[in-house]
Design a protein around this ligand. Structure first.
Ligand code: UT7
Length: 343
């Protein structure tokens, strides 16, 4: 038994900030940001929240799949920027959609989060724990952005993307070849906590014990730079251009596939130069590496499902294609999953 993606959706806030708008806040320029990152603008929430965007993306994915909310028995939301600590974003999505039969939980692994949500849903389905899963990446990174730090504020944006996965069994009497086509591919994922300092953001709550002093600082919510995303950009860049091609290579070898068997590599959208470097190292044409980061910037765990949804709606994905999803980011975490497109 395996599972296939049978619907996608996304929600993008309508308000945008382009590089010229950012240049009014910090010492930067449209030229610098375009050249170093490929980013032109990013969409930023006004009234939306991580939860509301997640629900909207999920609603569209269910509609695309032609699946009723009651059929969903697992909802996973990958996020590092939920507006709620309790309840989890996935439970809120369940409530919004009326997915009354779903088990719901959130997952936190930054920009690798959507790949891990996909893997988790696949494991639940192939393990017989559920049949239909809604997986969502949703982020309001504008809330975690230090708008005085030009090293990070040029990069991030807000948005949400979603996919529906459903169990698929070989039809009775299917040939061996048809059965093999439905086999689940094994993903490869890694984490290295010892390099976590490269990308950090402290909780806005003080978890250092309930002293009078802490109670006071909690009440005043004194935020400093450490409560916003802080990044050693060059360290993350070097990690990405080395680790992403490596993990894709591992996943291909594990599943006895060649790079040329893959139709598209849908990478986390962090920096155009990272995507280009990965394509070069894999020796694959850049046309196989779709990008939309010029429009949205880096939306962490939402970037892969937003791009997947765009490609699905543009009709670029065809039954029989194999697609690689690859994420990388804070943790450090990174991983690649091979997705058979069966629609
Ligand atoms: O999703 C999580 C994963 N995150 C990433 O993948 C981010 C990976 N890192 C990057 O994308 C890049 O490292 C950045 C885009 C963040 C920075 O680009 P870079 O080419 O690595 O620049 P840099 O940090 O080496 O800085 C080069 C110069 C420095 O000036 P000096 O020391 O050479 O005089 C910086 O101070 O550019 C300066 N600089 C800027 N100048 C204008 C840094 N940020 C800016 C800016 N505008 N926004």
């Amino acid at each position: 038994m395996t599972a296939t993606i049978c619907g996608t959706g996304s929600h993008i806030p309508s308000y945008t900030m382009d590089n010229h708008d950012i240049a009014k806040l910090v010492d930067t320029s449209d030229e610098w940001v375009r050249e170093r990152t490929g980013i032109v603008r990013r969409h930023i929430i006004q009234k939306e929240t991580t939860v509301s965007m997640a629900a909207e993306a999920g609603r569209k994915a269910l509609k695309d799949a032609g699946i009723s909310p009651e059929e969903v028995d697992l909802i996973l939301v990958s996020t590092i920027s939920s507006n709620l600590i309790l309840p989890c974003a996935a439970c809120e999505v369940q409530k919004e959609l009326g997915a009354v039969n779903a088990t719901c939980f959130d997952l936190s692994a930054a920009c690798t989060g959507f790949v891990l949500a996909y893997n988790t849903a696949m494991a639940y389905i192939t393990g017989g724990l559920c049949r239909t899963a809604l997986i969502i990446g949703s982020e309001s990174l504008s809330n975690l952005t230090n708008w005085k730090d030009r090293g990070t504020c040029i990069l991030f944006g807000d948005g949400a993307g979603a996919a529906v996965l459903q169990a698929k069994t070989s039809p009775r009497g299917a040939s061996q070849e048809e059965g093999e086509k439905l086999e689940a591919y094994l993903p490869v994922t890694h984490s290295d906590g010892s390099r976590g300092a490269a990308l950090t953001c402290k909780s806005r709550h003080d978890f250092n014990g309930l002293t009078d002093e802490n109670r006071q600082s909690n009440a005043e919510t004194l935020l400093d730079a450490s409560h916003y995303m802080q990044m050693d950009g060059q360290a993350v860049f070097k990690f990405a251009v080395k680790s992403v091609p490596e993990v894709i290579g591992e996943a291909l070898r594990l599943n006895k596939l060649r790079a040329s068997d893959i139709s598209y590599y849908i990478l986390h959208q962090a920096n155009q130069r990272i995507v280009e470097a990965v394509a070069k190292r894999l020796g694959e044409p850049i046309e196989k590496f779709p990008m939309n980061l010029s429009e949205y910037g880096n939306t962490s765990s939402a970037s892969i499902p937003i791009l997947l949804d765009e490609m699905n709606r543009e009709g670029r994905l065809k039954a029989g294609q194999k697609i690689v999803l690859a994420g990388f980011g804070a943790g450090l975490t990174w991983g690649a999953a091979i997705v058979p497109w069966c629609r």
